[in-house]
Design a protein around this ligand. Structure first.
Ligand code: ADP
Ligand code: MG
Length: 697
C-alpha cells in the first residue's frame, strides 16, 4: 500500500530549480544524494539540465513512466501541473507548495480542486503544504530537509513540516534512524489512517510514531489503530488539545468533557501510546525500537550510587511498576562477586568505585533472575568510573543474554563526561536516558503496551431495545420544534433502552399531585417538569421526602412559584410526582459530542456535586463490556462504590449494564448531541435512573 511513495521506481520534480538555495533545487539535490537508483526527471521549461540531469519542459514531455511526482511550483499553477501528472499516468504526488486550506476560504477551494483532480486520475496525493518524504529503505529523500537520516525501524508521520526538520536534526545528534519519514501537511488525501494501514504491512517498520494536530475521522482512526497496535506499537504526540473543547454546554457532561479528554480516551481505547512531548515521543520510540517488550512489571536496578538508585526506585514505583525481589541464588551470586559493602538486594548497588566488570556482572545476573522482567542500569560519573568501558560491559552482558526477552535501558546520568558512554549504548541499541525518571517512563509505556496486547480484542455488545419508540419520541419533539428533552420525555427514551426508572406521574395541579402521590404511596418527590429548566435543584425546584398530602400541596405551590420567578419564560408543564428512590450511590452517566471522535461517554461520581468533584472518566462510544468495567473502576471514588466502613457494595454489574445501554443509545441515534443521566442511583441490587435529559441536534 502507498508503494508509489515508499517504493517508487521513477520520480519527477515539477518546479526543479537551477539556483542553490531554492526549494526546487534542494529537492533535486536531495533525491540525487539519497542514492535513489531510478530515473530522476527535473521539470522546468526554462532549463536544459539541473545538477547534471536532463530537464523537461513539462511532465508530458518525459519519455518514461513516472511513479512519483514532487510539486514545488507556486500555488496558482499547482492544479494545472497536477492535471498533467494525471494525464501522464503518475501514481503518487507530493505537493510541497503551501498556500491552500491553511490560508483560508480561497485556499480551501483550491485544495478541493486538487482533490478532485487526484480522484479523477486515481492518483494518491501527499500534502499540500509539506516538507516532503524521506525513505531510507528505497532509498529516496523527496524533501527539502537537510540531509538523510540514518537507517532505522521507526517510521514517523508529522502534520508539521517544521517540526520534521527539528526532529531530523535531533535524531541525527542521537544516532536515531528512521525507515520512513513523511510530512502530511494539510492531509488533502493521504492521512494518518492511510499511513497506519500502510505501515502495519510494512516489514521495515517496527515502531510507528506520529505528530498530529487533528484527526481526520476519529471513529475510523480508533477502528484502524486497534488493528495496527495489535502488531506494532503506535506512539502519538497530539498538540493543541487544551481548550478546544471549551464551549457553552447545556449539560454536566458537556461542561466536563473537552478535546484533551477525548484524545486520552480514544488513544487508550485503541492502544495508541500517548506522548506528552517530543521528548516522550523519542524516549518511548527508542525503547520499543531497540529492545524486546517488557514481559512483566518487575524491574531490577543496577547503580553505582545510592541516591540515583533511590530516584530510580521511586520513579519505577510511581509509574506503577514493581521493584523486583531477587532470588536467593542471585543475591548469593552477587554477594560472592561484589565487594562486601555492595547492596545485593534491588536496587543492586555496585558502589562508587565500580569499574566496568561489576556492571557486566550485575546486569547479567539480573537478566538471568527469573524474578526480573527488565533492567534499568544507572551510571553516575564518579572519580574512578569507566564511562565507556562500563557501557561496553553492559552491551556485552546483553549480548551474552541475547534471546532472554527482557529489555535493558541505560541511564548514563550527566552529559559532558557521560555522552561517550551513551553513544556506545546507543550503537548497540540499548536506549539511554539522561535521568532515571525518563527511563522509568519508557518502561511504563512498554508495560502499558504489553497489557494492551494481552487484552482480548474489543467486542461491542448489543442488547434488545425498543428502537422505534425512541425514534417516535424524537420525531415528536422535533415536530414541535423542541430539541431539549426534559426528564419527562428523556425517561421514556431510557425506558425504551431498558434502564430502570422510578414511578413518575406528571401533575398539572396540586390535586393531581396529591392523587398521584396517594396512588404511588408516600414518601414522594416533587420536581418541576419543564424542558427549559436544566438544573432543577439549583432553583429549589426539587423537594424530596414528602410524607403527606399537605407537604405535597405546599411543595407544588413553592416549586411553581420558584420556577415562575426564576424562569418567567420557561415552558412549565407542572410538577413530576416521583416515587422516592432508596438512598444509594449517586453516579452520572453522560455523553457529549466530540468534534473529532463523536460520542464521548462519561461516567463519574454524580448528583448535584458532579461539577465540583470532577471525579469522572471518559470513553468514545460504542464501548465494550471491558471498557465499561474499567470506566467504573478508574474513578477516584471507586472504593466508595465497592463499599467502605461496613457499607454494602453497590451493584456494579447494574452500573455496567446502564453504561452499555447508554453507549448503544448514543451510537444508534447520532442526532443525540448531549445526554445526562444524573443521578443514576446504584443500590446493593440494581440501579435506578432518577433524572435525565437529552439534547438533539
Ligand atoms: P436536578 O439535577 O435538575 O437538580 P434531580 O432530579 O437530579 O434534579 O434532583 C436532584 C437531587 O435530588 C438528586 O441528585 C437526588 O439526590 C435527589 N432526588 C431527585 N429525585 C429523587 C427521587 N425520585 N428519589 C430520591 N432522591 C431524588
Ligand atoms: Mg440531576
Amino acid at each position: 500500500m502507498l508503494d508509489m511513495f515508499f517504493d517508487p521506481k521513477s520520480v519527477a520534480i515539477i518546479g526543479a530549480a537551477r539556483e542553490p538555495g531554492k526549494l526546487g533545487y534542494a529537492v533535486v539535490d536531495n533525491i540525487i544524494k539519497s542514492g535513489f537508483t531510478g530515473p530522476i526527471y527535473p521539470i522546468n521549461p526554462n532549463a536544459a539540465e539541473i545538477l547534471g540531469r536532463q530537464c523537461y519542459p513539462s511532465i508530458l514531455d518525459v519519455p518514461g513512466h513516472v511513479d512519483l511526482a514532487v510539486i514545488t511550483v507556486p500555488a496558482r499553477i499547482v492544479a494545472t501541473v497536477l492535471d498533467q501528472c494525471g494525464q501522464h499516468g503518475v501514481r503518487g504526488v507530493i505537493i510541497i507548495t503551501a498556500g491552500f486550506r491553511e490560508i483560508g476560504a480561497e485556499g480551501a477551494r483550491m485544495e478541493r480542486e486538487l482533490i478532485g483532480i487526484a480522484h479523477r486520475y486515481d492518483m494518491r496525493l501527499v500534502g499540500p503544504n509539506v516538507l516532503g518524504m524521506i525513505d531510507t529503505v528505497t532509498p529516496i529523500n523527496a524533501s527539502f530537509a537537510a540531509g538523510m537520516p540514518k537507517k532505522g525501524t521507526i517510521s514517523f508521520m508529522s502534520q508539521s513540516g517544521a517540526l520534521c526538520t527539528a526532529i531530523l536534526d535531533w535524531a541525527d545528534a542521537h544516532g536515531i534512524g528512521f525507515a520512513r519519514f513523511i510530512s502530511i501537511g494539510n492531509k488533502a488525501d493521504v492521512n494518518e489512517i492511510d499511513l497506519l494501514q500502510a505501515w502495519q504491512q510494512d516489514q521495515k517498520t517496527d515502531v510507528i510514531i506520529a505528530y498530529l494536530e487533528g484527526i481526520t475521522d476519529g471513529q475510523r482512526f480508533i477502528e484502524v489503530a486497534r488493528q495496527v497496535t495489535r502488531e506494532k506499537p503506535v506512539i502519538a504526540l497530539k498538540s493543541g488539545s487544551t481548550g478546544a473543547g471549551a464551549r457553552a454546554a447545556s449539560s454536566h457532561t458537556g461542561t466536563l468533557a473537552g478535546s484533551a479528554r477525548a484524545y486520552d480516551a480514544a488513544f487508550s481505547q485503541c492502544g495508541v501510546i500517548r506522548a506528552m512531548s517530543v521528548q516522550d515521543l523519542f524516549d518511548y520510540s527508542i525503547a520499543f525500537a531497540y529492545q524486546p517488550l517488557l514481559p512483566g512489571d518487575r524491574i531490577a536496578i543496577v547503580t553505582n550510587a545510592g541516591g540515583p538508585g533511590i530516584m530510580g526506585t521511586d520513579a519505577v514505583e510511581n509509574y506503577g511498576l514493581k521493584l523486583a525481589s531477587l532470588t536467593q541464588e542471585t543475591q548469593a551470586y552477587l554477594a560472592a562477586h561484589l565487594p562486601a559493602a555492595a547492596n545485593v538486594h534491588n536496587p543492586i548497588d555496585v558502589l562508587g568505585d565500580a569499574l566496568a566488570d561489576r556492571y557486566g556482572l550485575a546486569v547479567e545476573a539480573a537478566l538471568k533472575d527469573p524474578n526480573v522482567d527488565g533492567v534499568l542500569v544507572i551510571l553516575t560519573p564518579q572519580v574512578m568510573t569507566q564511562v565507556v568501558e562500563s557501557a561496553q560491559a553492559v552491551c556485552d552482558a546483553v549480548e551474552r543474554m541475547k534471546g532472554c526477552g527482557k529489555p535493558v535501558l541505560g541511564c548514563w546520568m550527566g552529559q559532558a563526561i557521560t555522552a561517550a558512554g551513551a553513544a556506545v549504548l546507543n550503537e548497540h541499541h540499548i536506549p539511554n536516558y539522561q535521568f532515571p525518571e525518563r527511563a522509568a517512563a519508557a518502561l511504563k509505556a512498554m508495560s502499558t503496551y504489553r497489557k494492551w496486547r494481552e487484552r482480548p480484542p474489543v467486542e461491542i455488545p448489543h442488547v434488545a431495545v425498543d428502537h422505534a419508540r425512541v425514534k417516535a419520541i424524537f420525531d415528536k419533539a422535533r415536530s414541535e420544534n423542541r430539541l431539549a428533552l426534559g426528564d419527562f420525555e428523556a425517561r421514556d427514551v431510557m425506558e425504551a433502552y431498558g434502564l430502570r426508572l422510578p414511578k413518575s406521574v406528571l401533575a398539572k395541579t396540586p390535586d393531581e399531585a396529591v392523587a398521584a402521590a396517594e396512588s404511588m404511596g408516600y414518601p414522594v418527590v416533587l420536581k418541576v417538569a419543564s424542558p427549559d429548566i436544566l438544573h432543577k435543584s439549583d432553583i429549589g425546584a426539587v423537594k424530596v421526602g414528602l410524607a403527606d398530602a399537605t407537604q405535597v400541596r405546599d411543595a407544588f405551590d413553592i416549586i411553581m412559584y420558584r420556577a415562575g420567578k426564576y424562569m418567567p419564560n420557561a415552558d412549565i408543564w407542572g410538577c413530576t410526582v416521583q416515587e422516592m428512590v432508596a438512598k444509594g450511590k449517586e453516579v452520572i452517566i453522560g455523553m457529549s459530542k466530540d468534534p473529532q471522535f463523536g460520542p464521548l461517554l462519561l461516567f463519574g461520581l454524580g448528583g448535584i456535586y458532579v461539577e465540583v468533584l470532577k471525579d469522572v472518566t471518559f470513553r468514545v462510544a460504542p464501548i465494550s463490556r471491558m471498557e465499561a468495567t474499567e470506566m467504573i473502576s478508574e474513578i477516584r471514588s471507586f472504593p466508595l462504590l465497592r463499599g467502605v466502613r461496613g457499607e454494602k457494595p453497590s451493584d456494579l454489574e447494574a452500573a455496567i449494564d446502564a453504561l452499555l445501554r447508554v453507549s448503544q443509545l448514543v451510537t444508534d441515534f447520532p442526532e443525540i448531541v448531549e445526554l445526562d443521566v444524573n443521578p443514576l442511583m446504584i443500590h446493593e441490587h440494581g440501579a435506578v435512573a432518577v433524572d435525565m435529559r437529552i439534547i438533539l441536534k
